[in-house]
Design a protein around this ligand. Structure first.
Ligand code: CAA
Length: 258
């Protein structure tokens, strides 16, 4: 679709499928992949024909981390002065949902990218880990925070301090992934799930994403208030009228996104 070198982007009806494509480096996340991914996500967010995205990698690796070779010689001034990795914050500002479809290794920045997505579907071959400690550093793309919120302190601490990888079943058990699917079906199942989401009323989709994410940044009382205000606001949309009328008339909703 576009002239990207490190990602492939295709549209499956209302779903944008992005495949990380640096097989020689197990999809290690370098500056180019970040820049191309951000560009693709901006285009996805701005395109009213697109309702949900899927990000996937290869059978061997979703992504084996930030690019170690790119960072190897960098010093404090370069990392801190350039606020290295802060570019990823823009990825999390995508307003439409993004599903991570993870097979194989999701390590370091790869695990962190998966966690920046709205939920993770894991192949039975998926392996998650934050092995940065073995490189003499820590997670730097939000892993210490998002992993802890997802799986709790005990497992996050163990994973960050030992670098131990967890498999798909353990990841599902501890709440890191939404669902496990057979590796061969991963992308199709993720696209199918994304199509289900893309067929919903677009404003309600954005509102649901925004309010679930608010749970991570607010107190319970503030979060409940935020939910209620957004819920009230949807009663100013044509799609609320359409959705409830369609239910009463026993037919599918016909959304306008208004
Ligand atoms: N950065 C750069 N290159 C990487 C890479 C990474 N994160 N992970 C793998 N590669 C490269 C390897 O260097 C190798 O390249 P060459 O053929 O040129 O040597 C190629 O990908 C294939 O990798 P391996 O030969 O190592 O494959 P393997 O099957 O033997 O092992 C693996 C697979 C266990 C995932 C191993 O590659 C590995 O441990 N990778 C690094 C994992 C890691 O430490 N990730 C954290 C990175 S730091 C980070 O992400 C910071 C942060 O918080 C954002």
């Amino acid at each position: 679709m576009s002239d990207y070198e490190t990602i492939l982007v295709e549209r499956r009806d209302a779903v944008t499928l992005v495949t990380l494509n640096r097989p020689q480096a197990l999809n290690a996340l370098n500056a180019q992949i970040l820049s191309e991914l951000l560009d693709a996500m901006r285009a996805f967010d701005a395109d009213s024909t697109q309702g949900c995205a899927v990000i996937t990698g290869s059978a061997k690796a979703f992504a084996a981390g930030a690019d170690i070779k790119e960072m190897q010689e960098m010093d404090f001034a370069a990392m801190y002065g350039g606020d290295h990795f802060s570019g990823w914050d823009a990825f999390t500002r995508t307003r439409k949902p993004i599903i991570a479809a993870v097979a194989g290794f999701a390590l370091g920045g790869g695990c962190e990218l998966a966690m920046m997505c709205d939920f993770i579907l894991a192949a039975d071959t998926a392996k998650f880990g934050q092995p940065e400690i073995k490189l003499g550093v820590t997670p730097g793309m939000g892993g210490s925070q998002r992993l802890t919120r997802a799986v709790g302190k005990a497992k996050a601490m163990e994973m960050c301090l030992t670098g131990r990888m967890i498999g798909a079943e353990e990841a599902e058990r501890c709440g890191l992934v939404a669902r496990i699917v057979p590796a061969d079906d991963l992308v199709e199942e993720a696209v199918k799930t994304a199509q289900t989401i893309a067929a919903m009323a677009p404003l309600a989709v954005k509102a649901n994403k925004e309010m679930v994410n608010a749970a991570f940044d607010t107190t319970l009382a503030q979060g409940v208030q935020f939910e209620r205000r957004l819920f009230h606001g949807l009663f100013g949309t044509a799609d609320q009228k359409e959705g409830m009328t369609a239910f009463v008339e026993k037919r599918p909703g016909n959304w306008t996104g208004r």
